[in-house]
Design a protein around this ligand. Structure first.
Ligand code: PLP
Length: 429
């Protein structure tokens, strides 16, 4: 399989999987997309879903990556990455696919775990690869766990000191091994600026193999299509219904655009709801036809605080560049901060169900949409106790795996918000 940039309309320049993965973003500033979208056999998919998520994911991954990675290895690796449950649960009057039972309790584990292990399988070249990621919390922990112990790969995580939750810091700083967390004296924007600065330094890059594990990376994007198939199969089993509408709590729209990819692979979904917080660039576009990216505002669902969603470009590409086609496939929903809290409260009081703020937006959108289907739950409530507790009046219990982390020694290096210091650190690994 070859890959092209979304901006390369004439398909003039093809990239190999290895090139596309290492570059992350195409040289022309576009996003990588596959040369063709492989078709899944739904009878095979339903049979494999009956076995395990890993079996289904192995089949779907082979459709994309079977030429680049040995299919036997690919399937075996899926068993190691996806060794946690993925339940479709009834919540109140709706259904939800709980994507938060992975190693870091957020749906980003599906993409980051896949990317880490695939990079390991693609390895070969022998030369050390440094993966750099700036994080405001969740991405860093998912990437750290996804790449932990991958031979030939060192991971450098930059996070703003004192500006992420203790739990998030524990998830990044208690692994050791090939994971190198840097606590930067500055803000998240400083961290991002440092990473961008290093990538822009051609002289430094010529001497060091560096890459990023950004959410736009192909190897994080494509595997997110696979759980839509699984959710669909569980939905069919549990309800007998067909063509579910899937509600996706969205920020950068990697998750939702992966659902659109699944649909084009032959998955019979009824459409999607783009559920946003006050950062409602996409719902606004669906309503008005005007796309106006802008700076983000802070909300209780902070992983969705994105004002200029990177994957909008991929969504348009999937619709053949036709904004009207995109507006036919998606409904929009906007949830303000008060509604997020009201929904968390209602779910807890009426059904005894604890919901994190992102998933609560999914529930509210699912109720508002009213069509048969399910919503995606993107994070475990234990990760957002500081939002939930003031609403419910009770502490959110930590799963034992998270509670244990809090007792482990945290190890990170202090780092000035200075490009020279970062480059020296990376060169010294
Ligand atoms: C990243 C994230 C989202 C948004 O997903 P996108 O793919 O960026 O749209 C939603 N919820 C949680 C908990 C997340 O971590």
């Amino acid at each position: 399989m070859k890959y092209y940039s979304t901006k390369d309309k004439a398909c003039a320049r093809a990239f190999s999987l290895r090139e596309a993965v290492q570059a992350g973003l195409a040289p022309d500033g576009g996003l990588f997309v596959p040369e063709r979208i492989p078709q899944a056999d739904m009878a095979v998919a339903e049979r494999l879903a009956g076995e395990s998520y890993a079996a289904l994911a192995g089949y779907l991954a082979e459709l994309f990556f079977g030429d680049d990675i040995d299919p036997g290895l690919l399937r075996r690796e899926m068993e190691r990455i996806y060794d946690f449950p993925l339940p479709l649960r009834r919540v109140g009057s709706r259904y939800t696919l709980e994507l938060f039972h992975g190693p870091t309790f957020a749906f980003k584990d599906y993409g980051a775990g896949f990317m880490g292990r695939m990079i390991g399988l693609m390895g070969g070249a022998g030369e050390k690869l440094v993966i750099l990621t700036a994080t405001s919390g969740d991405t860093g922990s998912a990437v750290a766990h996804g790449f932990y112990g991958v031979p030939g790969v060192e991971v450098v995580l930059l996070y703003p000191e004192g500006k992420i939750s203790r739990l998030q810091e524990c998830q990044m700083t208690t692994l050791g091994g090939n994971i190198h967390p840097l606590r930067v004296a500055g803000t998240f924007d400083d961290c991002q600026r440092l990473v961008k600065g290093l990538f822009a330094d051609a002289k430094f890059r010529a001497g060091h193999r560096v890459s990023s594990a950004n959410s736009i990376n192909l190897l994080r994007w494509i595997p997110q299509a696979f759980y839509y198939f699984y959710g669909y199969c569980l939905w069919r089993q549990q309800t007998g219904g067909g063509r579910p509408v899937v509600v996706v709590p969205s920020g950068n729209y990697g998750n939702l655009s992966a659902g659109m990819l699944a649909r084009r692979m032959g998955l019979p979904l009824g459409g999607f709801v783009a559920a946003s917080n006050r950062n409602d660039v996409v719902p606004e576009f669906l309503r008005s036809g005007e796309y106006r990216p802008r700076p983000s505002v802070r909300t209780p669902a902070n992983a969705m605080d994105v004002g200029a969603p990177s994957n909008f470009e991929r969504m348009l590409w999937l619709c053949g560049g036709e904004p009207d086609a995109l507006r036919d496939e998606l409904e929009g929903f906007r949830c303000d901060d008060a509604m997020i809290r009201r929904t968390i409260d209602g779910l807890h009081r009426n059904y005894g169900y604890l919901s994190d703020p992102h998933s609560a937006i999914g529930y509210a959108a699912s109720v508002a949409c009213g069509k048969p289907g399910f919503y995606l739950s993107t994070a475990h409530p234990a990760k957002f106790g500081e939002v939930i507790s003031p609403v419910t009046g009770a502490a959110v219990p930590l799963p034992p795996r998270l509670a244990r982390l809090a007792c482990l020694p945290r190890v990170s290096e202090p780092m000035a918000a200075d490009l020279g210091a970062l480059e020296q650190f990376v060169a010294g690994i």
